[in-house]
Structures are given as structure tokens and as C-alpha cells.
Design a protein around this ligand. Structure first.
Ligand code: GLC
Length: 723
């Protein structure tokens, strides 16, 4: 309990029996569209604190009525749902949203989704997911905001503002959830639910900052991760749930387990049975149990027998009641239901997000935007699939609202002829019997548009891939179409970075669309025909080969970094070369050390130049602020957006630091020929790191800074921070 808790909460706790208190700790799976006697009686008896996965408004209303009118204390329910990147109308998957580098836009996406969910009675979403995404084999990289903590912090905070607004009791606001706490993105081998071994200094420098940011942003809830973190699964990890979250960060909301992860403590080998799992997780700092019923079955005995104190139980219940109070659920009259946000406004926001999420990776010979094309071939299984373009975690997405690329292209074709060939049944198909038709259609066209990638089911939770090339016979299809000599524009829809090394030589242009959501069609068509210039930037590094993983820009220098003259390709090594003749630096003989595309990369239909990098001072005292400026010019032929990125490096520190780290970004629209002064500020606190004593400190010394259009920006200026 906190001394500032309202009298309402304190009074409720005084009135509640042991069983009443334990009833608040259970988040129960719904019956999805009906009110079963099982669920109704559990609520009526006060044994349920929340329900998840019910989206039928009449059922939600009845469950809440039972809780208010027929349970012992009339405490309403939390109604939870994974509102991850939309509700009915889907925005791009979070990895695509991150490619917009536009937190304000993503905040609007969250606001629209939250309003739509609240209109059916949802008051809690299990989002944003702010795990670090550095392993494209991991299916859940689709749900992340990419590889960089600074970018993830910005987007996670934007989503919390979007879902929660400034006051959770305002109609349309829903409680957000920082998940999965913590270190889930470090699952070994990119295999979901696998072990995570993360040294504390790495945890604090990389994985925890986004979660700390969301506490400062006022996120209402946290979700513990499934994973075993350094030998203690997060669900029962007191270091995470108590020391860091409560004692260091002062979080006062609720912590919920992930699905069945309490009883999975036994499977991990941490406990011998559900009773032990209930005790370990409750004592470590978990408040609410999702799905499984170990708390319901064992906590009363554990308290009566003195294994778990009633004080700890009161803290657990208090955390839950505090969130309910903030949602207005403890008010005498139920919070007014919001009017559903208009579908039109959701579609518009989803369109803007889709347009800004699409990344132009290649545009040889300026084949894009399409102009003067008399006949276009549209080939591939994802060109016209209303469902697959929505991506993973689209439970409530409505494919009937989807506008597909083919539909939108036809709408803008004008005099241009469009010939279509699916060529493959699905993205996993290995049969090539559709290739002959694809080759014929492409041979008759001036440009071949191939829309390929991954079906939604190939990404997301538990859907990991060891080989991240295009699945099925898609690479072969590209080569077959390329044999016609018709220029190829490749559009990729996927939930992860794919290793496109083999296809790169065969295509003139690549647009990476992630899973772009409901408005995939208009967004792609507007970019293909030049109505909009592509402006997305990669929030994650693209490997050349699965074997390079993990590969990310903010890596350490090592003691033997590769340099252009030490990297030798396998083919160039002389036969019987002496053991030490090819040097000893850190790279792969077969694929080198560089990614296919770097973090922050993205082309435009225009072009941008950065000049006159300058800093406001050559020295800084602790607590002072540096201004870093550059002149950005649109030297291309059309108006376009550029995302200018600020990177810093601490080349000498008491703990080795990455070769560079993102510390600022701005999306800027410039007309052709226009120059703008781009200004960033850096406070000495922005240069801090976690030292050997696990303290966030800024160490005196030299810091390098640079601004550019991707993570290769030269660090061409420096500042000396004085003690
Ligand atoms: C899932 C996911 C979690 C989600 C929860 C409820 O297993 O791990 O992210 O919020 O269960 O659906």
C-alpha cells in the first residue's frame, strides 16, 4: 500500500476477506462471445479481477454488470486485449511503425486503436511491447520497435500517451502495458521462449531503459516476460519486479504475468508444483496472474500458513485497485462508454503510417516512381490478399476493410494496362508450375511488380525462422521473371528483416513494406506512382545472411575490429595461404562484416546532403547542454521527407561503449533545393552510461558526434566533457 492511496482503496481493503483479496489477482480468459455459467459464477463470487479476450460489447457489459451488482464488493473488472497495432483498422506492425521514425504519428495510431477498443468495453491493452529486437530469426521482432533503445523509448512512450492520454478515466483512454519485462529480446538463437542470459550491465544499458522511460511516462501496468533471465524466470525475478521496478523506479501500477507463465515456473525447473510457483512469483513482486489459477488455488493457504504475508497480499491487491481507480472503475457510476472513433479517421491515420513506414532500399536507374508505363505486370501471392497484409497480432483486424496493392494500383492505373499473375499459392509454396505464366506476363510488360514476402503466420509469437531468406520458391520466381529482362520492382511484406542478398542483383528496385496493415494498397500505390516519396528508415539492421545474426549498429569495437583492408573474401584467399597471412580481425570469410542494409537507412525519390556540421562548444561542464547543428539540403528534384539522425560515441570509458549510439532524430520535409538548419541538443546526461557499479553516470572525456541519414553518419565533431 502507498500512504497516498485513496480512502476508497483503504476502505475496500479493510472490508475484503482473504478470498475477496485473492479474487482480484486473477485475470481470466473469456469465453469469447458468451457468458458461461463458469465465468459468471466466478465473477459473482468475487474470484475474478479481470477478463481478457472478450470483445463483444454486450458480453463485456453483462460481465461488468455481474461484477458491479452481484459480486461481494461490486468491484468492476479489468477487460484486457492485445490491441497491438490497431483494432478493426490495422496500422502497420510495430516494426513498420518504427520505420516511420515519427512518434507523433504513432501516438495518433495508438489513440485511434485505443478509442476503437474502448468503444467495445476494453479498458486495458497489452501494449506497447518494448523488447529489444536484434534477432530477425525471432518471430516477435515484428512486434518490436527495432534494435535501438533510444528509438524504442520514443515509440513506447508515444504509444503510452496515445492509449492512456493524460487521464485514464477519460472515455476512450485505456491502460497501457510495458512488456515483456525484461530481456525477452535476448532469447538465445532467436528462438522464442528460449533462455536469456544478459549481464546486468547489458541489461541496464540496453534492455531496461525503454521500461524505465515508460514508468516516467506513467504507464499503468507491466507484464513480466516468459523467459528465464540469468537462471531466474522474469515471472519470479525479484531483482526485476521488486528491486528495479519498485525500489529503483518507484513504479506503483500493477504487474501481470504473461499467459500461464506462473505455472510454467515448474516447467522451467524453478519450482516443484503450482503452490511453489504461486509463492515464488507473488513473493518476487508479481501482482496478477494471467490465465492459469495458481494464485486462486494456493495463495489463501500460503497466507494462512504464514509463507506469504497478508501485507504483501494487500500490496498486490492495492496495485490492482489503484489501476482500477485510475480508470474510473471505482467511481460510483460506471465511466461513460466512448463513442467509437470514426473508421474514416482510423483509415487516414493507418494510411499515413503505412506511407511513412515503407522503406526504399534500392532504386536502380530511378525505375521508381513509375511514369509512362503502358503495361504493368503485377505478380505474387501478396499483391491482393486483404488478410496477409495485416500482419501478426491482428486479432481484431477486419480484412473486409483492407485495401490491397492490386486494388489501389487498378484505381490509379488510368491508361496503363495491368496484367496479374499470382504465380505462387502462398509465400511458402515450392511449386513452380505458375512460373511459366509469370514469365509470359512479365515478358509482355514494361515493368514487373512483384509483391512477395512472408504470410502473417510466419512471424509473431512462437513463429521463428532459422533461415531468414524469402520462403518457398520466391527467390526462384524472381530469377525466372528477371530472365525476361523486364525491370523488376520488388515489394516485400514481412514481419522481420529478410536476407535479400540473393535477390538484390535481379531487381531494379525494392520497397520494404513490413506488414503495412489495412491501407497497404493506397500507401504503396501512392509511392509507386510518385504521389508520395518513400521516407521510411530501417529501425533494424538487415543481415546479408542468417549466419551474421546478431548484427546491429551499436556494437562494441572489440580489440580487433575489421577494417576495409583486413576483410578478405574467401574466394580471394591464395591456396595454402599461411595461417596468419590473412590477418586476425573480426569478420566472416564468406559474408564479411557489413550488413546488407544498415540501421537508419532508407532512400528517397529525392536526395539530401548534410554540410557544415558544427557544435556550440568544444568543452562542456557537467550539467551543460551542447547544440549540434548541420545544414540539410534537398538536392533532388522533388519535395520529400528526410530523417536526420544524431549519433554519439564515447571512445574511452570505464566500461567499453558501442562504436556509436543514436541520441536524436528529426523527420524534416524539404522542397527541392531547400536548405534547413537542423539543430539537436545534447545534455551531458544524454551521454551517460552504466558503470561498473551499476550507476548511470556521465564520465568526463571526449565524445564524438555526427548527424546523417543513417547509422554510417561520420562522427566528424567532438566535445570534451570536463569533470
Ligand atoms: C501472449 C503474449 C503476450 C500477450 C498475452 C495475452 O502469450 O506473450 O504478449 O499479451 O499472451 O494475449
Amino acid at each position: 500500500m502507498t500512504q497516498t492511496d485513496s480512502e476508497r482503496i483503504l476502505s475496500l481493503l479493510r472490508q475484503m476477506s482473504l478470498d475477496d483479496k485473492i479474487g482480484q489477482l486473477w485475470l481470466v480468459q473469456s469465453d469469447e462471445g458468451r457468458v458461461s455459467e463458469r465465468l459468471a459464477s466466478s465473477i459473482r463470487e468475487g474470484r475474478v479481477g479481470g477478463v481478457l479476450n472478450e470483445v463483444d460489447p454486450s458480453v463485456v457489459d453483462e460481465l461488468q454488470r455481474i461484477a458491479r451488482e452481484e459480486s461481494p464488493h461490486g468491484i468492476p473488472l479489468l477487460m484486457g486485449r492485445d490491441v497491438i497495432h490497431g483494432f478493426r483498422v490495422m496500422a502497420p506492425i510495430p516494426l513498420g511503425l518504427a520505420a516511420t521514425w515519427n512518434p507523433q504519428l504513432v501516438e495518433r495510431c495508438a489513440r485511434r486503436a485505443g478509442e476503437a477498443a474502448a468503444a467495445v468495453g476494453i479498458n486495458w491493452t497489452f501494449a506497447p511491447m518494448i523488447d529489444i529486437g536484434r534477432d530477425p530469426r525471432w518471430g516477435r521482432i515484428a512486434e518490436t520497435f527495432g534494435e535501438d533503445p533510444f528509438l524504442i523509448r520514443a515509440f513506447g512512450a508515444a504509444m503510452v500517451r496515445g492509449f492512456q492520454g493524460g487521464d485514464l478515466s477519460v472515455p476512450g483512454a485505456i491502460a497501457a502495458c510495458a512488456k515483456h519485462f525484461a530481456g525477452y529480446g535476448a532469447s538465445e538463437g532467436g528462438r522464442d521462449y528460449n533462455t536469456t542470459s544478459v549481464p546486468e550491465i547489458e541489461l541496464r544499458n540496453v534492455h531496461l531503459p525503454p521500461f524505465r522511460q515508460l514508468v516516467q511516462e506513467g504507464v499503468a501496468t507491466f507484464m513480466a516476460s516468459f523467459s528465464d533471465l540469468n537462471g531466474v524466470p522474469a515471472t519470479a525475478n525479484a531483482f526485476l519486479l521488486d528491486q528495479v521496478l519498485r525500489q529503483e523506479w518507484g513504479f506503483d501500477g500493477l504487474v501481470v504475468s504473461d499467459w500461464n507463465s506462473v505455472i510454467e515456473l515448474r516447467t522451467h525447473g524453478l519450482t516443484a508444483d503450482d503452490r511453489g510457483s504461486a509463492l515464488e512469483s507473488a513473493a518476487a513482486g508479481l501482482d496478477m496472474e494471467m490465465a492459469s489459477d495458481a494464485f486462486a488455488a494456493h495463495l489463501a493457504d500460503l497466507v494462512r500458513e504464514g509463507h506469504l504475508s497478508e501485507e504483501r497480499l494487500d500490496v498486490m491487491v492495492g496495485n490492482i485497485l489503484r489501476v482500477k481507480e485510475r480508470l474510473g472503475l471505482l467511481d460510483a457510476s460506471p465511466p461513460a462508454s466512448p463513442s467509437a472513433s470514426s473508421i474514416e479517421s482510423s483509415l487516414h491515420t493507418a494510411y499515413e503510417a503505412a506511407v511513412e513506414s515503407i522503406v526504399l532500399l534500392k532504386n536502380e536507374g530511378d525505375v521508381l516512381p513509375l511514369s509512362g508505363v503502358g503495361k504493368l505486370a503485377v505478380i505474387g501471392p501478396l499483391a491482393d490478399d486483404p488478410y496477409e497484409q495485416l500482419g501478426t497480432w491482428a486479432f481484431d483486424g477486419d480484412p473486409s476493410l483492407s485495401q490491397t496493392p492490386l486494388g489501389a494500383i487498378r484505381g490509379q492505373a488510368g491508361e496503363m494496362q495491368v496484367e496479374v499473375c499470382r504465380a505462387l499459392d502462398t509465400t511458402r509454396s515450392t511449386g513452380t508450375n505458375g512460373f511459366a505464366e509469370a514469365v509470359a506476363v512479365a515478358g509482355r510488360a514494361e515493368v514487373a511488380l512483384l509483391v512477395l514476402g512472408e504470410e502473417a503466420i510466419l512471424s509473431g509469437e512462437a513463429h521463428c525462422r532459422a533461415d531468414i531468406t524469402l520462403p518457398g520458391a520466391q527467390e526462384a520466381l524472381i530469377e525466372a521473371v528477371a530472365s525476361t529482362g523486364t525491370p523488376i520492382v520488388l515489394v516485400v511484406m514481412a514481419g522481420r528483416p529478410l536476407a535479400l542478398t540473393n535477390v538484390l542483383p535481379h531487381v531494379e528496385a525494392i520497397l520494404y513494406a513490413w506488414h503495412p496493415g489495412t491501407m497497404a494498397g493506397p500507401a504503396l500505390a501512392d509511392i509507386l506512382f510518385g504521389g508520395r516519396s518513400p521516407s521510411g528508415k530501417l529501425p533494424v539492421t538487415f543481415p546479408k545472411h542468417s549466419g551474421q545474426i546478431p548484427i546491429y549498429y551499436a556494437h562494441k569495437n572489440t580489440g580487433r575490429p575489421p577494417t576495409p583492408n583486413t576483410v578478405v573474401s574467401m574466394e580471394d584467399i591464395p591456396v595454402r595461404a599461411a595461417q596468419t597471412s590473412i590477418g586476425n580481425t573480426s569478420f566472416y570469410l564468406d559474408v564479411g562484416d557489413q550488413p546488407l542494409f544498415p540501421f537508419g537507412f532508407g532512400l528517397s525519390y529525392s536526395a539530401f546532403e548534410y554540410a557544415n556540421l558544427r557544435v556550440s562548444a568544444s568543452e562542456l561542464a557537467m550539467g551543460e547542454t551542447l547544440t549540434v547543428e548541420v545544414d540539410l539540403t534537398n538536392v533532388g528534384g522533388c519535395e520529400a521527407d528526410e530523417v536526420a539522425q544524431l549519433y554519439v560515441r564515447d571512445p574511452v570509458a570505464s566500461v567499453t561503449q558501442p562504436v556509436r549510439q543514436l541520441r536524436g532524430f528529426q523527420r524534416i520535409r524539404l522542397a527541392s533545393g531547400e536548405t534547413k538548419e537542423v539543430v539537436f541538443t545534447l545534455h551531458t546526461d544524454d551521454l551517460a552510461m552504466v558503470n561498473r557499479s551499476m550507476e548511470w553516470v556521465t564520465e568526463p572525456g571526449r565524445f564524438e558526434v555526427g548527424i546523417g541519414g543513417d547509422s554510417r553518419a561520420p562522427l566528424a565533431a567532438a566535445v570534451e566533457v570536463r569533470a
